[in-house]
Design a protein. Sequence first.
Length: 309
Amino acid sequence: MTVHVGAQLPVNSTPGYRDGLDLAQVARHAEALGLDSVWVGDRLSARFPVLDSSLVLATAAAGTERITVGYGVLLLGLRPAVWAAKQIATLQHLSRGRLALGVGVGSGDPQEWAAVGASPGDRGRRTEEALRLLPGLLAGEPTELTELPDRPLVTLSPAAPMPEVWIGGGADAALRRAVAHGQGWQAAMKTPEQLASAGARLADLAAERGVPTPRIGVNVLLRMTGHPDEATAAAEVVAARMNATYGVDRTAALEIGVAGSPAQVAERLRAYADAGAEKFVLVPCGAEDDDPFRQYELFAQVRELLSAE
């Protein structure tokens, strides 16, 4: 099977950021192992420490040559569209066109949105307006910023290629956004059966619009182990982490989370592939003292198993 297997960088999540971790070295390690991409989440503030996503991706791009670097996902609505476009264009130049643009609306944390003078209830509209403006802004075309009082006209330079857009989110609005603006839809925290159902809805929406169906990717929260008999304990760690971070109850977390040896994880990912997924972003979701370098080595073994089929 043709697979794309990437890894979430160990920042902007729980356990997340740790002092002294060389993110450029982590990205180089992923590239040397043959992983296809590295990704970073995006938050302004959260219950855990977060780094700026654009600067993290710039660090990863500067330390690598081949691997895709991706927002997973960028909260476009938190930013002025023109400023986001400038950062995206700059990353395209720094990475030599290796950027993937995941876009989402986020959880709508009221404090986070209030910090930028916006309402969380307006985040969908703000995101869609930014997505509408981005292609022209990145192309260096004169673009009218219709959301601002004086409707200023701005031209960004240098121009940059528009990156591939992957829309995140599980609601019907996210599926519609993917059809309207994206080349892909990036799911998270779904079972294979739920992914297949959403994929069928995505295909229906694309047919209604008369456009190709977006490709499907999935974020998989997991903890890798070296031995199959450690899978049960690892699954409990993932479930506890998902409950603490996302409020997912234990039963659902055990269905969604993935744990085990490379062979066991590859088997789980095959179910997602059968449900329509062609891109996997593996999100470490384990104990605070887990070694990200070792986790990535096990991710690479999963990729080898899937690629061998």
